[in-house]
Design a protein around this ligand. Structure first.
Ligand code: G3H
Ligand code: 13P
Ligand code: NA
Ligand code: ZN
Length: 328
């Protein structure tokens, strides 16, 4: 059944686990997540970005998720809008049936200018007011996603802050987080700790300097009852990069967020872990493998089925590592 985000995250907090939240854009990604969830008996968060709405269209996105609800009746599913840029966008998502929305007020509505703290509080509180009145959950974001290696905002997939940031901006402040949650009443808070969206997060394996898991602990100590969210949390498995390269792809050296660091975050209040890139890498590797090893194959069902299987293996591994397996 469709459930609210709050319900799932409260359960995750009570039972000490984390939920991966997978971005979905098409049939194969939705089924990859759902097959892994069924196999591991995990609750599910399916999230659609603005890019997903642009690619699939709002109706297809909505019906794909509703199809999952119908086809996997035993699994609780949250239908979450990822990175809403304005209250109007969140309102439209709620009208179309989403049970959870993210109001990302860390940036202005253009998606690239860093917003003032007051703007963030006001827009987020506005969304909470109308969402909560009808049982829809809200995720807010405080701090700017970006790299502590380069001090650059997150621009890899076309959205995120433009230009050079300060360390202050790239690390969520625990006292400000407490004030933000008090004033907005968000159900979940996305924090900045040095992760960024896309495949190119770290030029070498991250250390405490470039991935501030210690900051999660400080924030959690300050607001122990708030569900924390990690964005940009793909692990960018080296074996997927190698497979993509082996079959003709061009991917530079890069590192993601190690699964064991996410698990450490989950011990300190992280309940939702956003993952998109790892599914993209898994699907690309599988399709490249089919094209390279079976050049005569031209049925999209054949290579898309391989892509689905590869993405599903990633989902299964995350459900197990984050402790969500067995919780549905
Ligand atoms: O928020 C970032 C997600 O990875 C979604 O990316 O806007 O390309 O769909 P997208
Ligand atoms: P990745 O690019 O690391 O998968 O992050 C996805 C994300 O945060 C979506 O909101
Ligand atoms: Na989100
Ligand atoms: Zn994100």
């Amino acid at each position: 059944p469709l459930v609210s985000m709050r319900q799932l995250l409260d359960h995750a907090a009570e039972n000490g686990y984390g939920l991966p939240a997978f971005n979905v854009n098409n049939l194969e990604q939705v089924r990859a997540v759902m097959e892994a969830a069924r196999e591991t008996r995990s609750p599910v968060i399916l999230q659609g970005s603005a890019g997903a709405r642009k690619y699939a269209g709002e109706q297809f996105l909505r019906h794909l998720i509703q199809a999952a609800v119908e086809a996997y009746p035993e699994i609780p599913i949250v239908m979450h809008q990822d990175h809403g840029a304005s209250p109007a966008i969140c309102q439209a998502a709620i009208r179309s049936g989403f049970t959870s929305v993210m109001m990302d007020g860390s940036l202005q509505a253009d998606g690239k200018t860093v917003a003032s703290y007051e703007y963030n509080v006001e827009t987020t509180a506005t969304v909470v007011a109308f969402a909560h009145s009808i049982g829809v959950s809200v995720e807010g974001e405080l701090g700017v996603l970006g790299s502590l290696e380069t001090m650059k905002g997150d621009k890899e997939d076309g959205h995120g802050a433009e230009g050079t940031m300060t360390r202050e901006q790239l690390l969520t402040d625990p006292d400000q987080a407490a004030d933000f949650v008090k004033r907005t009443q968000v159900d979940a808070l996305a924090i900045a700790i040095g992760t960024s969206h896309g495949a190119y997060k770290f030029s070498k394996k991250p250390t405490g300097e470039t991935l501030a898991i210690s900051r999660i602990k400080e924030i959690h100590a300050r607001i122990p009852n708030t569900h924390l969210v990690m964005h940009g949390s793909s692990s960018v498995p080296q074996e997927l990069l190698e497979e993509i390269r082996k079959y003709g792809g061009d991917m530079k050296e890069t590192y993601g967020v190690p699964v064991e660091e996410i698990v450490e975050g989950i011990k300190h209040g992280v309940r939702k872990v956003n993952i998109d890139t790892d599914l993209r890498l898994a699907m690309t590797a599988a399709i490249r493998r089919v094209f390279a090893t079976k050049p005569g194959e031209f049925d999209p069902r054949k290579y898309n089925a391989e892509a689905q299987k590869a993405a599903s293996a990633v989902c299964k591994a995350r459900y197990e590592a984050f402790g969500a397996a067995g919780q549905a």
